[in-house]
Design a protein around this ligand. Structure first.
Ligand SMILES: Nc1ncnc2c1ncn2[C@@H]1O[C@H](COP(=O)(O)OP(=O)(O)OP(=O)(O)O)[C@@H](O)[C@H]1O
Ligand SMILES: [Mg+2]
Length: 307
């Protein structure tokens, strides 16, 4: 059964007079990969900094395995591994030397554990090379290995795919999935690009202006309660069709690649076609598909890719 690893309870952050985070509540379970998505300035880093105790929580609480980061900091933070800013690595030392150096600062890290994390992120081969020669993706994986050394229950990564090429993203994706299943870690990954992390997440939480606007499982393509589907039509003239849809069906349609695109219920399709034909709009084809996560993200954020 799903067991909560981290819980956010009505978390707020006010800086100066500005409320930057406006009451976030959600739970991340063990073994789950949770995507924290939102445009630039939405409040992802601020939230993450509160989760790991780098800045104070103005109101609310974060609990890690039931321990409050506010009142039980030591017990709570023991279970957290994170990369918030770029991980500090010494380029003139090998990957192994970097890990050993870091391990010396934490009590109880064994040789075996170091080997284990190296395997988890697939760095067996280059681990004896100097970090200065690592690619960005390899450096990220070394950072993840370092964050995992003390066997945390929660791993938090702020924009781990930033600057990586598609191959690098794919690698990170594989290792993240693997450590969620093999180590039963709850992984929280932030990103401003849905497409980059969608494939590695079980659930996505969308944040905008310091508020959570949606939480959705990646696998159930839309929530079961919604009967909305995405409909595309080839019609002529398009402008007239858009006008009719709005005036007679209260539907806001747009055009993509010369196709009329809108969301509606399946049951409404016949009536829509009928009214278009009655008003001399020619209908050449109609396709219906599920509303994808991408469509939903677009609806909520108003942009597809946010830079
Ligand atoms: N120390 C601060 N003082 C004042 N405002 C701040 C401070 N830190 C963050 N903010 C503001 O809070 C908002 C959220 O910033 P945050 O860095 O958390 O966003 P983000 O979602 O991580 O964005 P990005 O995708 O660019 O990393 C922004 O409007 C930012 O300007
Ligand atoms: Mg950020």
């Amino acid at each position: 059964m799903s067991e909560p690893a981290m819980e956010l309870i009505d978390v707020k952050k006010t800086i100066g007079r500005k409320e930057i985070i406006k009451g976030l509540s959600f739970t991340i379970n063990k073994g789950e990969v949770f995507g924290f998505i939102g445009p630039n300035g939405a409040g992802k880093t601020t939230t993450i900094r509160m989760m790991v105790g780098l800045i104070k929580i103005s109101q609310g609480d974060v609990k890690i395995l039931g321990n409050s980061i506010k009142s039980n900091f030591k017990e709570a933070i023991r279970e957290v591994g994170a990369i918030v800013e770029n991980p500090e690595m010494y380029p003139f030392m090998t990957g192994m030397q970097n890990l050993e150096h870091y391990a010396r600062m934490i009590p109880g890290i064994t040789r075996e554990r170091i080997q284990e994390v190296i395997q988890l992120v697939g760095l067996e081969k280059p681990i004896k090379e100097k970090v200065g020669r690592y690619s960005l993706g390899m450096r990220q994986r070394l950072g993840i290995a370092q964050a995992l050394l003390h066997s945390p229950s929660v791993l938090i990564l702020d924009e781990p795919t930033n600057g990586l090429d598609p191959a690098g993203i794919k690698e990170i994706r594989q290792y993240i999935r693997r450590l969620a299943s093999e180590e039963n870690v709850a992984v929280i990954i932030s990103s401003h690009l849905l497409s980059e992390i969608e494939l590695m997440c079980d659930r996505i939480g969308i944040i905008k202006n310091g508020e959570l606007v949606a939480i959705q499982s990646v696998h159930e393509s839309t929530d079961a309660t919604s009967k909305q589907i995405k409909i595309q039509m080839e019609v002529n003239p398009i402008a007239k069709a858009i006008e009719l849809l709005q005036s007679q069906h209260d539907i806001i349609a747009e055009t993509t690649d010369h196709l009329l695109t809108f969301q509606s219920e399946k049951e409404s399709i016949p009536a829509i076609i009928k009214s278009l034909v009655n008003q001399d709009v020619a209908v050449y084809q109609v396709t219906a598909s599920k509303v994808s996560l991408e469509d939903k993200f677009f609806d909520l954020i108003g942009e597809n890719t946010i830079e």
